[in-house]
Design a protein around this ligand. Structure first.
Ligand code: BGC
Length: 822
């Protein structure tokens, strides 16, 4: 892909710019609303719509009634190490974007896994800049090949969430160049049409005003697309300076709508700077086909049929699953099994997504339980229980327990009211969890709502004592079966990130006795707390949950799980995290699995040695029991087809295709911290993040970068170098057809600069039948060997000989040779 559109409209675009008044230009530089830009019909510009990203295309509302295909989260995509597969996902997302009227996807997220504590770890690809660039390029190319713009984010160093609006990442120039900027540089070279400037500061200056935009992005790399601010990250009019940020999002208000006109009139900011920004916005519009009369840069995406979508998502999900260990139990000998136990908190409740702006509402989700029921033989009895809870919080009420008040189907009815109790609108929703931000429905905005009421009929299957409650911020009155069970005000803890309160809103519960099969009327009156802060802006984001769960004897449940495991032929324990643990807006404080999950795995493994653990998290968690179980499979947050893909992998219909895109730590010792001190977060680990640190300090992680098993074995036979082309010959020495991810690392003995002991320079995926050989072809280039010379502020390739090492992980490299650079 090149930066120039297939059809060159530069002269036309300049002509349209020339028709705009200064006021119109300035209006275009701030969003018209939360997601869209202003239309200017006089120059044929229609409304340009953006949407998150990256695990699906949510569209303009947070609403389960407008579902979106949920693709595997970025760690899962990167784990495939397969650009061809990821490019297909990009195309699928382009189709989704067009279906939802979206022109610009706010993805991919290409910040690095500096540390596993990062809340958005699941949303980023890898700890390695080369792998991030390779997968990110495929994602962008797939999306843009079908007419939808990618927005590569967040430029730069938004690698953790704590104090994200103000934190100052202190990063050495060389480290910034060689690690954190690399994926941006590569994706600009690949032709990305937009970039999002981050909330944080780097070396003292907030990113929406940082000169890196001008000096590096626009001038050095010749980026010709749009730099948009992260949402509410534009803090001053100075951010609109020459070759800085082009677009302040969202709107309708930003510091630019207030002051930019005056600044231009008084000469503080030149009109040519404004023209530069608007030209880029019009270029973006032309590329996606939003400027009347100009052909889009690439053909508009085709629609995918449901069948095609399902098949692609199922395969992609399996392609990212990483088999960490296997004593031979997998693939299961399905014909020999009578009973399989599916245990663990994520067994019946699949976690397909992390939290925050990456949230989408899939049309359905296949849980591991559903998937194994459908995918293993009908002869096998599948028994299930969760054993332990993974959260202290009470779950959102499952919609199948809720009936609309008029009895017309499952769901809740919400009535929006103004301060005089006049109805503003109503919605029937098929969920117990709602978020309103911006438009709620035609003509009604979240900010217009004074209070609301929610009505539903609760019908539970088993009599007993239940928690019934609600979550959110503000004033709540809950009435169950005519009795007020609480009437309280819940306020925001000062300083909490609004996104954190969306993902885990404060909760209040009552215990009520319920009878099976009898409808109980539940009425909730809610007056939301007015405004909450997002990066200094006053934003109205409302969140409301209805929570229902049965009170149980937790020890009896634990014992029951162990009993089911003991009497089954195989136990599949699905452990993991959720969007309450892994999300935008906050970092993790521990890498341990929440709750008593570790204890459960050990007890199940002791009861049945034929235990497979499925780790359903978007980022590494500690696995203290890894040696006690027969197999460990990481599923990540694998999207809506999770259960089907899991059944394919454990039954052997498909190989687990993934390899770790991030080192899996054995302990929390020595990992880079995320907590700023006096507002500063020094990247003291320098160049040594991820596997670079483990190699340099001679530490053994739980599982190394690049690791992952398939169902066959491979011999690395030969490696040949011809110019910049490296060919690695591998042979399938097992009895099944298989897929191997051949990885190539470089090293430099006697370097005059500090370097990691080894670093990834490329990889290739090959397939081979039993006994057959396959050739992996990898092209390297100067960018793989260069280093940043701080004294001259320039790239330099140290002449001489570099080692090349090929194999299956950063520590399993059977073949070595040399390559020279001059
Ligand atoms: C996130 C971005 C996202 C934007 C719009 C911000 O809070 O950091 O990644 O695209 O919101 O939802």
């Amino acid at each position: 892909m090149t930066q120039t559109p297939a059809v060159d409209h530069e002269a036309e675009i300049a002509g349209r710019l020339a028709q705009l008044s200064l006021e119109q230009k300035i209006s275009l530089m701030t969003g018209a609303d939360i997601w869209a830009l202003h239309a200017i019909p006089e120059i044929g510009l229609r409304r340009l719509v953006t949407s998150d990203g990256p695990a699906g295309v949510r569209g303009e509302s947070w609403d389960e009634r407008s579902p979106s295909a949920n693709v595997p989260s970025p760690t899962a995509l990167a784990a495939s190490w397969d650009p061809v597969r990821v490019e297909k996902m990009g195309r699928l997302l382009a189709g989704e974007a067009r279906r939802k009227g979206v022109d610009v996807l706010l993805a991919p997220t290409i910040n690095l896994h500096r540390t596993p504590y990062g809340g958005r770890h699941f949303e980023c690809f890898s700890e390695d800049p080369e792998l991030t660039s390779m997968i990110g390029t495929a994602y962008v190319e797939g999306l843009q090949a079908e007419g939808v713009a990618a927005t590569v984010k967040h430029f730069v160093a938004n690698d953790s969430e704590t104090d994200r609006f103000s934190v100052d990442a202190l990063i050495d120039e060389r480290v910034l160049r060689e690690l954190y900027l690399v994926p941006f540089e590569r994706l600009v070279a690949a032709g990305a049409w937009a970039i999002m400037a981050a909330y944080n500061k780097v070396n003292g200056t907030t990113m929406t005003e940082n000169a890196l935009q001008r000096e590096v992005l626009k001038r050095e790399w010749a980026f010709d697309g749009v730099i948009m601010s992260d949402w509410y990250a534009t803090r001053s009019v100075a951010a609109a300076g020459e070759d800085l940020a082009d677009l302040a999002m969202p709107g309708p208000e930003s510091p630019w709508t207030e002051w930019l006109l005056d600044e231009v009139r008084s000469g503080q900011i030149s009109e040519s700077a404004v023209d530069g920004h608007v030209l880029r916005i019009l270029r973006l519009a032309a590329r996606v086909g939003a400027l009347d009369g100009l052909e889009a840069a690439t053909p508009v995406a085709r629609r995918w049929s449901d069948q095609e979508l399902t098949a692609e998502l199922r395969f992609s999900s399996a392609a990212g699953m990483v088999l960490l260990s296997n004593d031979g139990l997998l693939p299961l000998d399905v014909g020999s099994l009578r009973q399989v136990a599916v245990i663990g908190p994520n067994g019946a409740t699949a976690r397909t997504l992390g939290g925050g702006s990456a949230t989408v509402f899939p049309p359905y989700v296949v849980s591991p339980l559903d998937g194994l029921r459908a995918g293993l033989s009908e002869e096998i009895m599948i028994v299930q229980t969760h054993g332990v809870r993974s959260s202290e919080r009470t779950e959102v009420a499952p919609v199948d327990l809720l009936q609309l008040p008029d009895g017309s189907g499952p769901g809740v009815e919400v009535i929006f009211l103004d301060a005089e109790d006049r109805e503003l609108g109503r919605q029937q929703r098929q969920t117990g969890s709602m978020i309103w931000w911006g438009p709620v429905q035609e003509g009604l905005f979240a900010g217009d709502i004074d209070h609301l009421t929610l009505h539903t009929r609760l019908r539970i299957p088993d009599s007993g004592r239940y928690y019934v409650g609600s979550s959110g911020l503000g004033e709540f009155r809950l009435v169950v079966d005519g009795t007020t069970v609480f009437d309280e005000v819940i306020t925001l803890e000062l300083g909490a990130d609004v996104v954190e309160t969306l993902m885990k809103p404060p909760q209040q519960l009552a215990v009520v006795e319920l009878e099976a099969g009898r409808d109980v009327l539940v009425e909730l009156a809610y007056r939301p707390e007015a405004n909450t802060a997002l990066g200094g802006a006053e934003v109205t984001m409302l969140t409301l949950q209805l929570n229902v769960a049965r009170l149980i004897d937790e020890q009896a449940e634990f014992d029951h799980a162990v009993h089911l495991a003991a009497e089954s032929d195989v136990a599949v324990v699905v452990v993991g995290t959720s969007e309450e643990v892994e999300s935008e807006g906050f970092d993790r404080t521990s890498l341990a699995l929440p709750g008593r999950q570790d204890e459960l795995v050990s007890a199940v493994a002791a009861a049945n040695p034929r235990t497979v653990v499925v780790v359903n998290s978007g980022a590494p968690v500690l696995l203290p029991w890894a040696n006690e179980v027969a197999a460990v499979l990481v599923s990540w947050f694998p999207g809506q087809e999770f259960g089907h893909a899991l059944a394919d992998v454990v039954s052997g219909a498909v190989e687990p295709g993934g390899r770790l895109p991030v080192t899996w730590p054995a302990s929390e010792e020595g990992l880079p911290p995320v907590t700023p001190v006096n507002g500063e977060l020094p990247y003291d680990e320098g160049l040594l993040i991820g596997y670079r640190w483990y190699l340099a300090t001679d530490r053994a992680p739980a599982f190394p970068f690049g690791h992952g098993l398939g169902y066959t074995t491979w011999a690395y036979e030969d490696m040949a170098v011809d110019g910049d082309n490296v060919t690695v010959t591998v042979r399938n020495t097992g009895t099944r057809t298989g897929r191997e991810v051949v990885q190539l690392y470089a090293s430099r003995a006697d370097s005059r600069v500090e370097r990691a002991p080894r670093w990834l320079v490329g990889s290739a995926v090959v397939d081979a039948e039993p006994g057959a050989a396959a050739e992996a072809s990898i092209t390297v280039g100067d960018h793989n060997f260069r280093h940043w010379e701080t004294s001259t502020h320039a790239w330099l390739t140290e002449p001489g000989t570099y080692g090349l090492h090929a194999g299956r992980s950063v520590v399993d490299l059977p073949l070595s040779t040399e390559i020279s650079r001059d």
